[in-house]
Design a protein. Structure first.
Lengths: 153, 469
């Protein structure tokens, strides 16, 4: 399954803000070196940055995929580094759903799956419609058998 | 139960010792102007502070109590803010008892409990009589082995010999540090000197002597500290626990439940490999990553012939000699490119500081040859395998580490592939377990051929599922 398409807006805004910050730093430094033309440089960098941000967002969305299989949760994502994660249900400690301000504006939430592993909180599924997120949370929680001897710690 | 009474004076004097340092320090400045009156004031101040710290230590002691009931350790403490803790016995990962020289003279010891989760030691009881500490440790172990109590005086499965201790002290030297010192104080000024055209920045006889002394000091001090730390190391094993003791001045002893072992690492740095030795580290979810750097966690085999290490690993965790597979062929090119890139920087520097063109040419040639050899060696010293009980990764030429992770301990399996790796058809498999992973200390099979990585992931997942049954 894929996240909702509208999450791309969130990602784009994120990437665009980063590119804005970077452009202002680089443009500032460059204009200091060549004495002037700060604003023009900033605009150029900003445009390039936003184009890159758009491309990144597109590929980021394309790379995202998750699936609840019969004994594990499978996730796949990442543009520069492709990451494929297998989370066995028996290893799930707890499941959260989260909504930040932008999520609320877009009407989505994310599902975060915690394991005892050191990378546990990495497992987060963005852009899920709240109702589905709730269902996903419940089904994952039910599948995570809470037996203490089987958590591998 | 209460802590040892000696805790009161020990803590009081310890906390006020800083005060004495301060007084001695400031006193030595103003000694000449010292009048009788100010002396009186100072002694009154000291007296007040000492009393205060004794009173405080007493209150801390008075308000501290602990006891073990059927399945939990309970600690009640706090003078101003009360704290009440319960730690389920089942959740205790390892227990260490530590005594420094002063504490040994007083017969008291510190006991540390680790549980999974959280970066720091979960509970520290300071200080208990040694006997009480040992008793507490026995109480906290899983109930099972009450019948076995009688044959306590069993033989250790490993005991460090004089030869091993000597070798350990010599080979555990941190050469990186020594080279770092030599580089910063020896090479960097020479290069800077070239730039600034100031000959006096280069090496003089005086600075060379300081340099050598510094290097020798680093070597000797790290050897001595290792020697003191691992003096008299012994490892015992019974049905459920590993138990170690070690140390000449500061004694430590501790136990690890065999059921809690997350990872076993066979570590052979270059020097150890040359002389055929290795060390064995055991990770549990309890030790925080910062505690188990270099020398690994407490209960490990610091130095033993490789065969013996594997034998012990077999006794401890059923580990067999792995049947290793090589990583992807293309990884060689990746490493070669990396080395050529980084050596080009050195090449650039050599152009700046060299005297003749022949020398530049020679360095270039040497660097290239070095890059080829290094990349080949780097490639050769990586590997992976899915054994009967463990998945295994090997990594590192200078510090080769062979990690064994029992399938049952796997938390997540993460496959990663960067764009560069994709081009070369390579991928990583990151095996995530509880607790032990800071970024520098993860278990990753690096640069496998993409197909093999996929197979490896599937295979260890299958084995993991089998291990659950």
């Amino acid at each position: 399954m894929k996240p909702e398409k509208r999450i791309m807006l969130y990602w784009f805004v994120q990437a665009s803000i980063i590119s804005g910050i970077l452009s202002s730093i680089v443009a500032g430094a460059l204009s200091f070196l060549i004495q002037g033309r700060a604003f023009e440089l900033f605009l150029i960098f900003l445009t390039v940055g936003n184009i890159l941000a758009a491309i990144h967002t597109f590929y980021r969305y394309r790379s995202w995929d998750y699936e609840v299989k019969n004994d594990h949760l499978y996730l796949e994502h990442g543009v520069l580094v492709k990451v494929k994660t297998i989370v066995p249900f028996v290893r799930i400690q707890h499941v959260d759903t989260q909504k930040d301000v932008v999520d609320r504006f877009l009407g989505v939430s994310s599902v975060v799956v915690y394991t005892a592993g050191s990378r546990g909180s990495d497992v987060s599924i963005p852009g899920v419609i709240p109702k589905q997120a709730g269902e996903l949370q419940d089904s994952l929680k039910n599948k995570a058998v809470g037996s203490e001897d089987r958590d591998g710690v | 139960m209460k802590l040892s009474r000696l805790t009161i004076p020990y803590n009081a004097l310890k906390s006020s010792s800083y005060l004495f340092f301060f007084l001695v320090f400031s006193g030595s400045f103003s000694l000449s102007k010292l009048s009788l009156q100010s002396l009186a004031v100072i002694s009154v101040v000291i007296a007040i502070l000492l009393t205060a710290s004794f009173v405080w230590s007493f209150l801390v002691w008075k308000n501290y109590s602990y006891w073990v009931d059927k399945d939990t350790l309970r600690i009640k403490k706090g003078v101003i803010r009360k704290k009440n803790r319960r730690i389920p016995k089942k959740r205790v990962q390892n227990i260490d008892i530590k005594r420094n020289v002063v504490q040994r003279a007083l017969g008291i010891s510190e006991i540390k409990l680790e549980t999974a989760g959280g970066g720091k030691t979960e509970a520290t009881l300071a200080y208990l009589d040694l006997e009480e500490a040992r008793e507490l440790r026995e109480n906290l172990k899983q109930e099972k082995e009450t019948e076995k109590e009688e044959n306590e005086t069993e033989e250790p499965i490993y005991e460090i010999s004089d030869k091993e201790l000597a070798l350990l002290s010599l080979t555990s030297v941190n050469f990186g540090k020594v080279f770092g010192i030599l580089f910063i104080f020896g090479v960097v000024p020479t290069i800077l000197g070239r730039f600034l055209n100031e000959a006096n920045l280069g090496l003089t006889v005086g600075t060379s002597i300081i340099l050598v002394v510094l290097a020798v000091f680093t070597l000797v001090s790290s050897s001595v500290s290792t020697f003191l730390q691992y003096w008299g190391f012994k490892l015992y094993k019974n049905d459920d626990n590993l138990q170690y003791e070690r140390g000449l001045l500061n004694r430590s002893e501790g136990s690890i439940p065999l059921k809690k072992i997350q990872r076993v690492t066979l570590e052979e740095n270059f020097l150890k490999r040359v002389i055929g030795y290795s060390s064995l580290n055991i990770d549990t979810a309890g030790y925080s990553p910062s505690e188990s750097i270099e020398k690994g966690s407490e209960a490990a085999i610091p130095m033993a012939k490789r065969g013996l290490s594997m034998d012990l690993a077999n006794q401890i965790a059923d580990i067999q000699e792995p049947d290793l597979k090589n990583i992807g062929e293309n990884a060689k090119y990746r490493y070669l490119a990396r080395y050529i890139l980084s050596s080009s920087i050195i090449f650039g520097l050599s152009i700046i500081i060299s005297i003749s063109n022949q020398m530049v040419l020679l360095t270039g040639f040497l660097l290239l040859a070095l890059s080829f050899t290094a990349s080949k060696l780097k490639w050769k010293n990586k590997g992976f395998s899915s054994g009967k009980e463990h998945c295994i990764t090997v990594n590192g030429f200078w510090k080769r580490k062979t990690n064994f992770i029992p399938y049952f301990r796997i938390q997540n399996i993460i496959g990663t592939q960067s764009i560069l790796q994709k081009r070369l058809g390579l991928a990583n498999v990151d095996i995530d377990t509880a607790g032990t992973g800071n970024i520098l200390n993860r278990t990753v099979a690096v640069d496998l051929e993409a197909n093999e990585a996929e197979e490896f992931r599937e295979k260890i997942f299958e084995k993991f599922k089998e291990s659950l049954k």
